[in-house]
Structure formats: C-alpha cells, structure tokens
Unconditional design. Structure first.
Length: 267
C-alpha cells in the first residue's frame, strides 16, 4: 500500500484514523466534503462530494487502498441515505474499479444486523437484518463489496463497527464498543493482510458482554487490546430505567424501536 485514501476523514472515526495511521503508509490521502485543514507531511488533502461521480474519480485516482468512512452515519431520510450511502458508495466502488484499487476497507455497521436479539450470538455468516434505512445502506455496501470482489477482484474487508469511542457510554455500548487502537488494528489487517478477497468482521473490542462471535477477525490476526468491562459498573449506574422493550430486546437498540409499527414481533 503506497497511497491510502480515507473518505469521511473529517468525521469522528476519520479524524482518529488520520492520527493513528499517520506515517504508516507513504501517502495518506484524506478526503471529506467539509474543510479538514491543511495537509501535513505524508498527507494529501482532498475535498469531494461523494455524490459527484467525476469528483470521486479524481479523489480515487492513484490510490492502492481505500478506507471508506464517508456518508451518512445514522438514521436519516431516504433521500439523504440514497445520496450519500447508495449513490456515493457506488461512485467510490466504480472509481476504485477504474483506478485499479486493490483493497477497500468498508465501515459497515452493527445496524446491518441490528434486528437480531440480544440473547443471540451472531457471527459473520448470518443473514443481514437491517434495523433502519441506514442499516439497509450498510447491507448494500456488503453486497456491492461482494460483487466487486467476485467480478473485479477487489479485496473487500467489511467491518461491522459497533460503537467507536474512547470509552463505552451506555449499556448497549458495553456489548459493541470499539476503542481507537482496536479499530486501527482491524483497519490495518484489512489493508495489509495478504489473503483478503471478501471478509466480514465485527468492529468491536474484546468485550466480555459481546453479542458477536468474531472468530473471523481472530482468524485474520485480530488481537483486540480493550474490553468494556472496567467501565461497566459506572455505565450501568447511570443507565436510565424504562427503556422501550423492542430497543431493549434487539441488538440495534433504539434504531429498531424508531418508526416500529409491526403488531407482532418477528422472532
Ligand atoms: N461511529 C461509530 O460508532 C460507527 C458505528 C458503525 C458504523 N460507523 C460508520 O463509520 C463511518 C464513519 O463514522 P463516523 O462516526 O466518523 O461518522 P461522522 O458522521 O462523524 O463522519 C462522516 C463523515 O462523512 C462526511 N460525509 C457525509 N456525507 C458525505 C458526502 N455525501 N460526501 C462526502 N463526505 C460526506 C461527513 O462530512 C463526515 O465528516 C460511517 O460510514 C459510519 O456509518 C460508525
């Protein structure tokens, strides 16, 4: 990997990876549609709207690997999801194909599988169960990654990120939290492991309360350093009582409960 592109570099995860990957690859191209400040040594700064195909082709030109973080990062209107996470995503994959990009590390999400129950342990082989339009767009990214892997040979590493932060902030996050250094480790596996053609892993730390069997990540060398458990007592003491029963039962939490209108619950 000579030149690695980070899209969405102005966001929470992008700003963190811009630091932790600084100097790891000869050139880090950081891109967003908002101003992300000047380039430092070893960086190229780019400003691109993902819905603009021609601009995306310029953004991707010359890159060996892409860490795709750009887009809408939570539930939103269909129009916004369509623009950023469907059209924008497709533009990035098409540009990657044209530019001969070797690897795409995709920030997919726990919300692609959010309707699984919390008493279930799921692995990378389960069918998708999106809990929102946002979750559907992440499932779409995994399907598009599969197509571009099978048909065009692009290595795809889909990281179903739980919740990124310096610490877990509520009960649900105790099960799905990932620390900055653990995510950095996973992203590096996605870019550097010699044998990745199409892989799905969970972007979570080594949480004792995890809902995931993340053995696929472990198989590829992932050795998470952090665990949410030391934060558990403090987090649980602050947890408000009386959560929505759908949110409480399902891994996706409030994403499942919002706009919910089914009369009977699917198992
Ligand atoms: N933060 C988490 O815990 C978490 C969990 C699961 C998945 N993810 C995924 O990881 C990625 C990064 O998350 P984040 O928390 O840093 O999100 P964020 O919202 O902080 O950052 C997203 C960035 O993408 C940019 N962006 C949005 N739409 C764009 C467009 N059309 N063109 C160009 N740039 C655009 C925004 O300007 C922003 O800087 C997202 O794809 C998100 O869905 C994050």
């Amino acid at each position: 990997m000579h030149r690695v592109l980070i899209t969405g570099a102005g966001g929470g995860i992008g700003r963190s990876l811009r630091e932790t990957l600084h100097g790891v690859y000869p050139v880090l191209r950081v891109s967003d549609r908002v101003d992300i400040g000047p380039a430092r040594a070893g960086e190229e700064v780019d400003r691109t709207e993902l819905a603009d195909r021609a601009a995306v082709e310029r953004m991707v030109e010359g890159c060996d690997g892409i860490i795709h973080l750009g887009g809408i990062s939570g539930e939103n209107t269909w129009e916004k999801i369509l623009e950023g996470n469907i059209v924008g995503l497709y533009n990035v994959f098409e540009a990657a194909r044209l530019a001969g990009v070797k690897r795409i590390v995709m920030a997919t999400s726990n919300h692609a599988v959010g309707f699984y129950r919390r008493d279930q342990t799921i692995n990378h082989n389960v069918m998708v169960r999106p809990d929102s339009r946002y979750g559907v767009s992440k499932a779409f990214s995994e399907a598009l990654g599969s197509l571009y892997s099978d048909k065009h040979g692009i290595g795809f590493f889909g990281v179903r990120i739980g919740n990124f932060g310096t610490r877990p902030i509520d009960k649900r996050r105790l099960s799905i939290w990932i620390s900055p250094r653990d995510l950095t480790q996973l992203v590096r596996i996605g870019l550097e492991h010699p044998d990745i053609r199409y892989e799905i892993v969970y972007g979570v730390s080594n949480n004792r309360r995890s809902w995931y069997d993340n053995s696929n990540a472990v198989r590829l060398g992932y050795r998470p350093q952090d665990d949410s458990e030391p934060y558990a007592a403090e987090v649980l003491a602050k947890e408000p009582a009386g959560a929505d029963p759908i949110a409480e039962r399902r891994q996706g939490g409030t994403f499942c409960a919002e706009e919910y209108s089914a009369e009977t619950e699917r198992d």
